[in-house]
Each structure stands twice: as structure tokens, then as C-alpha cells.
Design a protein around this ligand. Structure first.
Ligand SMILES: [Fe+2]
Length: 250
């Protein structure tokens, strides 16, 4: 079984809870869709986990901003990524590589068998948001995209929107506590947005990720110590909004 994680955003408490659950589930491999860092208070610890444990870890828009200093972030995000760069610049090497060099070497997408991994979407793997389900007209376009453009792969796992859902040829499915497991037979095409480990934005504060065994896809939500992370954000001098949004899932 593999775990697909995204948007950890330097949230160590959420990341540790997810790793513990994956251990319990017997996960053999971790694939990360990007945004390991940014916003949160523990970039060094979370980057070290990503370096040591993730088989793939993509270039998200926060990794890109970290290494290029080019972005269109709001002031809170911009301050956080500058603070993150300073933290990582003073970090020791992990596995013989400096963390900033490791982030600079991230790839924008990975094709693995019938699975394409991106941070954003198939059109712009780093920046584009898959947000069609919020608009009925765009939802229809999404179905056309699945049939027309999903060639060479069946499943596209995406992050970036911090909201878990699955777009299929039949429509969009939002997982909830009553229904979290879905069977994806071979040839089934789907955009699978795994949500965010460290900064969920679907008004559910629990860490979000997915597991896949080649046929069964499961969306997971896990409680973690949100107040602890919130206090660390304030202690690091990061913006209060970045702390408050964790408590609201926005
Ligand atoms: Fe993100």
C-alpha cells in the first residue's frame, strides 16, 4: 500500500500523526505531492522527514518560491517563505545534501505506471488549481478533461487546493466520515485531490491524506494537536492568521 500526501506546510504535529497511522496501516511507500514547507513553524523537522522517508516529493509552488524567490504570494505567505529559507539555510545536511539543494532538485511531476503525480494540475503541475467542482459548468469540463486529456495515465493525484475530493467521469465525490473508501478498477479515470496534511481548507481541521493499494483508494482524516502547532506559529513570529486558520480549516 502507498500513501499519497501533500501540503504538509511545516506542520510537524500533523505530519507525525499521519506517519504513525501509515505505520499502523502497513504503508510501504510515501509519495508527496509538494508544499512540504511554507506557512508552518517546523520546516527543518518536516523537511528532514521528507528527505529520509518519501520516495517521491514534488516541486510545489512553495518549494519553487523557496529556491527561486519568485512568487505571487500574499504578504503572510511571503514572510513565511522568507523565514523558512533562513531556517533551512542554517540547517545541516541530510544524507549528504543541504536541505535547500534537496528542495531545488524537486521535479514538477512524476509518472508512475498509470498514475501521474502533480502538485497543481495536468496543465500546470506546479501552480494550477483543480477547483472545478465548485462550479457546475467547470465540473462538466472536468469530465471532458478526464476523457480527452488523461492519455497515458488513468489516475492523476493532485494537491495544492488543500481540499480532498475525487473527480470521476460520473461527477465529483467529496469523501466524508460515512464514506471514505472507493474502488478504482483498472482503466477508471479520476483526478484524486488528497487534501492537505498540514493546513486543510475544507472547514475540517483534521489532517488529510490518501492511501491506495492498486484498486482501493481511501481518504483519511486524523486529529492532531492543533493548539500546539498554533502556539509554535505565534512563537516563531509568523502571522497570526496562519495560526488561526488551522483552528478553522480555512
Ligand atoms: Fe499548499
Amino acid at each position: 500500500m502507498i500513501a499519497i500526501l501533500s501540503d504538509l506546510h511545516s506542520n510537524l504535529e500533523a505530519t507525525e500523526v499521519v506517519l504513525e497511522e501509515c505505520e499502523r496501516l502497513g504503508v510501504k511507500e510515501f509519495l508527496c505531492l509538494g508544499d512540504v514547507i511554507g506557512y508552518g513553524p517546523d520546516p527543518r523537522a518536516v523537511a528532514e522527514i521528507a528527505t529520509r522517508r518519501f520516495t517521491a516529493s514534488l516541486m510545489g509552488n512553495h518549494e519553487e518560491a523557496l529556491v527561486t524567490k519568485r512568487h505571487r504570494f500574499n504578504p503572510h505567505a511571503a514572510h513565511a517563505i522568507d523565514w523558512t529559507r533562513k531556517q533551512l539555510a542554517e540547517s545541516p545536511a541530510v544524507n549528504g545534501q543541504h536541505p535547500l539543494d534537496w528542495f531545488a532538485a524537486r521535479k514538477p511531476f512524476v509518472l508512475r505506471g498509470k498514475m501521474l503525480l502533480v502538485h497543481g494540475s495536468i496543465y500546470d503541475p506546479v501552480h494550477d488549481y483543480v477547483d472545478e467542482p465548485e462550479n457546475p459548468v467547470e465540473s462538466q469540463q472536468m469530465i471532458e478533461t478526464l476523457s480527452r486529456d488523461f492519455a497515458g495515465f488513468d489516475l492523476c493525484f493532485a494537491g495544492h487546493n488543500h481540499t480532498p475530493f475525487m473527480a470521476t467521469m460520473l461527477g465529483t465525490i467529496f469523501p466524508h466520515d460515512g464514506h471514505r473508501e472507493f474502488r478504482l478498477p483498472p482503466g477508471h479515470k479520476a483526478y484524486i485531490c488528497v487534501g492537505s496534511v498540514g493546513q486543510p481548507r475544507d472547514r475540517d481541521v483534521r489532517a488529510s491524506f490518501a492511501t491506495f493499494d492498486g484498486e482501493m483508494l481511501t481518504f483519511h482524516r486524523l486529529d492532531y494537536d492543533v493548539p500546539k502547532t498554533q502556539k509554535k506559529i505565534l512563537a516563531a513570529g509568523l502571522n497570526r492568521f496562519l495560526s488561526e486558520r488551522l483552528g478553522q480549516g480555512i
